[in-house]
Design a protein around this ligand. Structure first.
Ligand code: NAI
Length: 220
């Protein structure tokens, strides 16, 4: 199997989606699926699926298709879903609380172990099973617990400084919601910038094309 470092970013981006679809198939009691059927469900071409999965050595068998549970397990291993990367969250505002309580970190290789906020009024607030800790305790906590992943749910303005501090404390990866593209300057740090607004804009583009095409057709 090739190392993840040599797999293109676009293939890696599709793996969570394969993993999710295969999980749904498993829950529906589907044991095996052809690449054609999987492609129809996922709205990808069958050759795209074969190409993607071939990057990891290919899991299908001619005339059989894919064994759902086996393929899901293999993709899960590649993604690292069974890992328990120690994770902290910075910012226990509306977004932070929503993510901490609605995202299942455990099934995605991360374990959310602490939440910090600079607002002293939030210290001790219960968010799921965790109590918000004051930011003053961050450095000591990191030295003791060595978190690997940080989820940033703080305003844009304080993101760079906070990330710098966290890197100096040993944090290796950021799930960054702060509307600030953190990748700059961090070659050996993993950053996943999340912009829900970008997803909405992709939708807007689609609607724009759809309705403009409709208008164009009417005007012809
Ligand atoms: P909020 O104002 O409810 O919460 C922010 C929290 O961060 C506050 O509790 C504040 O005390 C804390 N905070 C600020 N600076 C801090 C620091 N240096 N260290 C620790 N805690 C700190 O805001 P909300 O709604 O939770 O949004 C958080 C951020 O996420 C905002 O920047 C917002 O624009 C962004 N956002 C991003 C989305 C995305 O798709 N990426 C979607 C929605 C919001």
């Amino acid at each position: 199997m090739s190392k993840n470092g040599s797999i293109s970013a676009s293939v890696i981006k599709r793996l969570p989606r394969y993993y999710r679809f295969l999980g749904e198939l498993k829950a529906q009691g589907v044991n095996r699926i052809s690449s054609r059927e999987l492609s129809q469900r996922m709205r990808l071409t069958a050759s795209q699926i074969r190409q993607d999965l071939n990057c990891f050595g290919g899991f299908g068998q001619q005339g059989y298709g894919y064994h759902v549970d086996e393929l899901r397990h293999e993709i899960g291993k590649i993604l690292g879903v069974d890992r328990k990367f120690s994770t902290i969250m910075i910012g226990a505002g509306n977004l932070g609380r929503a993510i901490a309580t609605h995202i299942n970190f455990d099934t995605r290789g991360c374990q959310l172990e602490a939440i910090f906020d600079s607002n002293p009024a939030l210290a001790g607030l219960k968010v799921g099973d965790l109590e918000v800790k004051p930011s003053e305790e961050l450095a000591e906590y990191c030295k003791k617990n060595n978190p690997v992943v940080a989820v940033l749910c703080i305003p844009k303005a304080s993101t760079q400084d906070t990330a710098d501090t966290l890197v100096s404390l040993g944090v290796k990866a950021f799930w960054n919601f702060s509307h600030y593209d953190l990748s700059i300057g961090y070659d050996d740090i993993i950053v996943e910038n999340v912009h829900l607004g970008d997803s909405l804009l992709t939708l807007t583009y689609g609607v724009n094309v759809l309705l403009n095409d409709g208008e164009d057709a009417e005007n012809e």
